[in-house]
Design a protein around this ligand. Structure first.
Ligand SMILES: [Zn+2]
Ligand SMILES: [Zn+2]
Length: 163
């Protein structure tokens, strides 16, 4: 099986036919029949290589049960906090999704808030009070995601200092 790797040591990209690939039950790492050979460094371990994107597809079609995390491939970048975490369809991690939810409540955008969904309308203001009491009145996420990312980051830093 031929796959495209990128060597972490010399940063060259190369195709390597490592024979077959297997996921032994005793090990968390896939086993390559012939080993991975970098044209510059010689034989390298799988820790020394990145799988390139075409390589990822090649691998995915070959072995579906290999854990994606193994390849240093981040899930996705969270739009709110810039960390690589599992994100929802809004590109937000759990934490930021909760922040966004609280922001909607602060702004009284009831239709968007998942916490408000199904809640008796008379209870909404009560919920908002609770959110403000617990997390403050300031928007946590919405202001950040509107502007440019860089300014958002600066903004956040400044905010941390004043806290
Ligand atoms: Zn190399
Ligand atoms: Zn996040």
């Amino acid at each position: 099986m031929l796959m495209t790797f990128k060597c972490k040591r010399c940063h060259c990209v190369f195709d390597c036919d490592f024979g077959s690939i297997a996921m032994p039950e005793s090990s968390a790492e896939p086993y390559f029949e012939r080993g991975v050979i970098c044209p510059i460094c010689g034989e390298v371990t799988i820790d020394d290589v990145h799988l390139t994107e075409p390589g990822e597809c090649q691998l995915a079609t070959e072995t579906l049960d290999i854990d994606d995390d193994f390849w240093d491939f981040a899930d996705s970048q969270c739009y709110g906090c810039d960390r690589y975490l599992p994100v929802n369809d809004l590109n937000l991690c759990d934490e930021c999704d909760n922040k966004l939810d609280r922001d909607f409540i602060r702004k009284r955008d009831w239709d968007y808030s998942k916490s408000v969904f199904g809640l008796d309308p008379s209870k909404r203001e009560e919920l908002r009070k609770q959110v403000v009491a617990r997390h403050g009145e300031k928007l946590e996420l919405i202001t950040y995601s509107r502007g440019k990312k860089r300014s958002a980051r600066k903004h956040r830093k400044r905010r941390k200092k004043t806290l």
